[in-house]
Design a protein around this ligand. Structure first.
Ligand code: KIV
Ligand code: ZN
Length: 526
């Protein structure tokens, strides 16, 4: 069997991805994402457009200095000032390349550049030769290659190869190509351009027709050994080829593609979250791999199959990508088997009678809300036997929000172990900050609030909102979820739920330590 072809992953989240409407990032924050990309194991990073601003130049320089294990691409138009800035900003990189581009389609030449094909060839030649004095590795991109005349792309590529370009990138800039056209473009350039067999090939596909990953895979089949991607597929318009989708397609279908990447797939989810948070760019629920629903199942038939064997309804193991979320969403399509299983995950065992009654209440709630959170389910199970498994419960919440004075919140929290209620007040820049501050006073643990996501579960004024809060306690992340028509209340409940999980986990660890690793105690409802 032949060795799989190694595909280099070129990440342009911080350059092309940043061109996503609404996804900009302060230059000084780019290093946070760059460090995570290095942990993920990308081969090449394009940290920004050095000539565009002093802040951008500094960010490229900082990343080039710090990320010594990754090749750095200095991005430049075919213009001396751009090349100078890119060369200077990447000066201290351990390995670097210059990434130069110019348009090749008649549409761009006539309407934007207002230059003839000969002029474009001449500029490309001169600028590649200019860059080559400073950097040995030159990547040349023929922008809009997929909408350019084939003979002209070949002529341009021949010219830049003769001046020393070492990597040829053929972008589908507008996301217009079909996979067979993309493959054919790569095949003919590789075969017909003089010197075409002396360079490496790269694909850079946009997703306007949802074909960026398919087109990148087609380019691989036609000889490309580098693919340009962005995390979560962010980028201009509908975005770029998504890193996680491409990598997981290669990983999952090695058999069909005969290719591999050096990506550490266990870092995929964390990378996606960091990019989404740092760039304030939400991820669609149904986004492959990293979307909230990507490994969640609501239909009773699917849930039943999964509980018997994961491979019945999943082609990838979410845990391998660092996705720890529960695969089963409890909602109106769930069966009692899934409810029983979820309760058991929390150490709650039920008799058949109890399960029947919990299931009845569950269905009532699920009908109105669509989905039922774990916390609500535990509450239903607890109510049945007058036991309350959570250490803390929210008894009352009052919030004052407005434009004239600080937002304040007063909460009454019950300590279920002691059976006492206490009230706490805090202020914040926003009502949620005030609520979190007030609740935190009741909980005697070092808890770092990490993130709050709010989603609407339906439309209209009476829509239910879902709050998902993540916190960090003793180095571990906990997520609490809650659903309510009042999103401030949902946020408070989700926060308490996450804190309760952290406190219960710490308590269990202490008990196990005490018992010298004795078997985990199970909560039995009687
Ligand atoms: O989409 C595109 O063509 C690009 C190039 C400049 C590489 O981003
Ligand atoms: Zn692009």
């Amino acid at each position: 069997m032949s060795q799989p072809q190694k595909i280099q992953i070129f990440d342009t989240t911080l350059r092309d991805g940043e061109q996503s409407p609404g996804a900009s990032i302060a230059p000084e924050k780019k290093i946070i994402i760059a460090r995570q990309l290095a942990r993920l194991g990308i081969d090449v990073i394009e940290p920004g457009f050095a000539v565009s601003s002093p802040g951008e130049f500094a960010a490229v320089q900082q990343i080039a200095r710090e990320l010594q294990q990754v090749e750095i691409a200095g991005f430049a138009r075919a213009v001396k000032a751009d090349i100078d800035a890119a060369v200077q900003a990447t000066q201290d990189a351990a390995r670097r390349r210059l990434h130069l581009f110019i348009s090749s389609s008649d549409i761009h030449l006539n309407h934007q550049l207002r230059k003839s094909r000969d002029e474009v060839v001449q500029i490309a030649r001169e600028m590649v030769a200019y860059g080559k004095q400073f950097v040995n590795e030159i990547e040349f991109s023929a922008m809009d290659a997929s909408r350019s005349g084939r003979e002209f792309v070949i002529e341009l590529v021949e010219a830049v190869i003769s001046e020393g370009a070492t990597i040829i990138n053929l972008p589908d800039t507008l996301g217009y190509a079909m996979p067979n056209e993309m493959a054919s473009l790569f095949r003919s350039v590789r075969k017909e351009a003089r010197g075409g067999d002396t360079v490496r090939y790269s694909a850079h596909c946009h997703n306007d027709l949802g074909l960026a990953v398919a087109n990148s895979l087609a380019a691989i089949e036609a000889g490309a050994t580098q693919i340009e991607v962005t995390v979560n597929g962010i980028g201009e318009r509908a975005g770029n080829c998504s890193l996680e989708e491409l990598v997981m397609a290669i990983e999952t279908r090695k058999d069909a593609l005969g290719a591999e990447t050096g990506i550490r797939i266990g870092e995929i989810y964390e990378t996606s979250r960091i990019v989404s948070r740092t760039m304030n760019f939400p991820i669609a629920y149904n986004k492959p791999i990293v979307g909230r629903n990507a490994f969640q199942h609501e239909s009773g038939i699917h849930q039943d199959g999964l509980l018997k064997n994961r491979s019945t309804y999943e082609i990838m193991d979410p845990a391998a990508m660092g996705i720890s979320r529960s695969m089963i969403i409890l909602g109106k399509h769930s069966g009692s088997h899934a409810i029983k299983h979820r309760l058991e995950e929390y150490g709650i065992e039920t008799t058949e009678e109890q399960l029947k009654s919990i299931y009845g209440r569950f269905k009532e709630v699920a009908d109105g809300q669509k989905i039922v959170t774990d916390d609500q389910l535990i509450q239903m199970a607890g109510d049945l036997t007058q036991t309350r498994p959570d250490p803390y419960a929210l008894i009352d919440l009052q919030v004052h929000a407005g434009t004239q004075r600080a937002r304040s919140a007063t909460t009454t929290i019950r300590n279920n172990e002691r059976g006492t209620d206490h009230s706490y007040t805090a202020i914040g820049e926003g009502p949620v900050e005030a609520v979190i501050g007030a609740i935190s006073q009741a909980i005697p643990a070092e808890i770092a609030f990490e993130d709050l996501e709010l989603h609407s579960l339906s439309t209209g004024e009476g829509a239910y909102g879902e709050a998902v809060v993540s916190i960090i306690h003793s180095g571990k992340r906990y997520r609490g979820t809650s659903i309510h028509k009042d999103v401030i209340l949902a946020s408070a409940q989700a926060y308490i739920s996450a804190c309760n999980q952290a406190i219960m986990t710490a308590g269990r660890a202490r008990e196990e330590d005490h018992a010298g690793g004795a078997k985990e105690s199970r909560r039995i409802l009687r």
